[in-house]
Design a protein around this ligand. Structure first.
Ligand code: FES
Length: 143
């Protein structure tokens, strides 16, 4: 881990539904989904399935995976990679919990996967920008 990390408080662990997620909007790039599993572990992935861009934040968490809501691929919350025989990985983000607060690395939020575009239409279409607000935490999704 680099000491360049700039940890930014995102929300409380308790703000994330168990086996669900919350989305974190970024000024550039797609949202980051922050997941909580049944053991209160917290993980952060780009909100974009490596298959066809489905919104992983709408998926159901089980163990250390999330099931994509579109075609049910299992994506590892630890490294963002699809479980075999499916292939592909989505960007994962460093995430830490301290005193019940979820932190993400501000530098990663500002730089990782900012070029990836959301799907333009269909069930996984983006709802678009959220104005000038940075790192707004969106309404929770309950599985
Ligand atoms: S888009 Fe996620 S499984 Fe197809």
């Amino acid at each position: 881990m680099s000491n360049m990390s700039e940890w930014k408080v995102i929300c409380r662990v308790d703000d994330i539904p168990v086996l669900g997620s919350r989305r974190v909007a970024r000024p550039h790039g797609m949202d980051v989904a922050v997941f909580r599993n049944g053991e209160d572990q917290v993980f952060a992935l780009l909100d974009r399935c490596p298959h066809k861009g489905g919104p992983l934040s709408q998926g159901i968490v089980f163990g250390t995976h999330v099931a994509c809501p579109l075609h049910n691929w299992s994506i590892s919350l630890e490294d963002g990679c699809a479980r075999a025989p499916d292939e592909g990985c989505t960007q994962s983000f460093a995430c830490k919990v301290e005193a019940g607060q979820v932190h993400l690395d501000a530098r990663e939020l500002a730089t990782l996967a900012i070029d990836l575009q959301p799907p333009l239409a269909g069930p996984c279409a983006s709802t678009g920008a959220v104005g000038d607000a940075t790192y707004d935490v969106q309404a929770p999704h309950t599985a």
